[in-house]
Design a protein around this ligand. Sequence first.
Ligand SMILES: Cc1ncc(COP(=O)(O)O)c(C=O)c1O
Length: 394
Amino acid sequence: MDINRLLADRARAIDASGIRRVFELGSKLKNPCNLSIGQPDFPAPDAVKRAAIDAIAADRNGYTLTQGVAELRSRIERALGVDLGWDLAPGSGASVLVTSGTSGALLLACFALLGPGDEIVIPDPWFVLYPHLATLCGARAVPCATGPDGRMTAQRVEPLLTGRTKIVLFNSPANPTGVVATRDECADLLDLCRRRGVLLISDEIYDEFCYSESRTDRFAGDAGRACCPSPARFEGAQEDVLVVRGFGKTYGVTGWRMGYAAGPTALVEQMAKFQQYTFVCAPAPLQWGCAAALDADMSGHVSEYESRRDLVVDRLREVTDLPFPGGAFYAFPRVPARLGLSGSRLVERAVERSVLVIPGAVFSSRDEHFRLGFATSREQLERGLDEIVGLLRG
Ligand SMILES: Cc1ncc(COP(=O)(O)O)c(C=O)c1O
């Protein structure tokens, strides 16, 4: 049978060849130095693993409520109360939905909001799923060029808003640049979205990986602690912002596929409806593991990543420029124009030296950068940086 003839337009509209090519090239290398990785290299905390194992042993293996087990939801509600000052009690107008990864939350939100002809503004460079959220809904993704500093400011977003815009999708700390928005930038973007009646989705999957100089905001419930700025930390934001967060990156459990969304109940209920008929619920025993995760202290790992970030920035700044990665575990350096190479060509040259990085064209309409991930051992990182700096020197 000619299956290709049967495929839907949305299958044809998605091309996954960019990243696959890097992995294929990498699989042929003997001793690759892999800086293409998008997940932490530390193990999950023991208490988190133990809670999931205990849940399996206690036969908590069946379907859960679509919204997630009450124990996890109440832990999340408490965390968002402290962190964002949100009131998620029944009748507050805002609620939480536990999802299959952050990706699951983003997809459900877009299913609930976007139809043919609708528009979603996404950053350029973007996380690879973002343009396809629109494709999957028959909608249009409108990229917002974030400039050499990688900042998705209200000023850059405003000219892109039309009568069809439903969502502005914001990501800080960002993948692939690591850029962290300031409090003022968050405030301006929220204000713009409110004025224009557009939902702001704040993808905060890297919120824990926010380094000292970027932690300029305050926990709403704990005035003493500095934290990552968020558009969700302003008065009344729970009515206008959908916050999406994950467990995978923060606690080293990306394969568990655990995340959550919190925001206006009218939207979260629609997302729950779609979850009921698609994912059904997030993985049951892992919901118990994640309930324990919210108590874990990850600050040691975050400090280690901060010092790796320092190393990466110091070395790369010798030879090129890059948006400053105040968070996450990526850098997005530009290939210097004097080399006359596209991002993709640079990546091929890096592979010839056994170093794997990802071409910027996978994340952007332009092919002038590459993404280097530093969630890998210091030894690998130093080896990879020596090669990359050599290449960029020309
Ligand atoms: C910005 C961003 N959002 C969402 C995701 C998806 O995360 P999850 O594995 O929780 O679905 C990722 C994963 O790399 C990401 O970088």
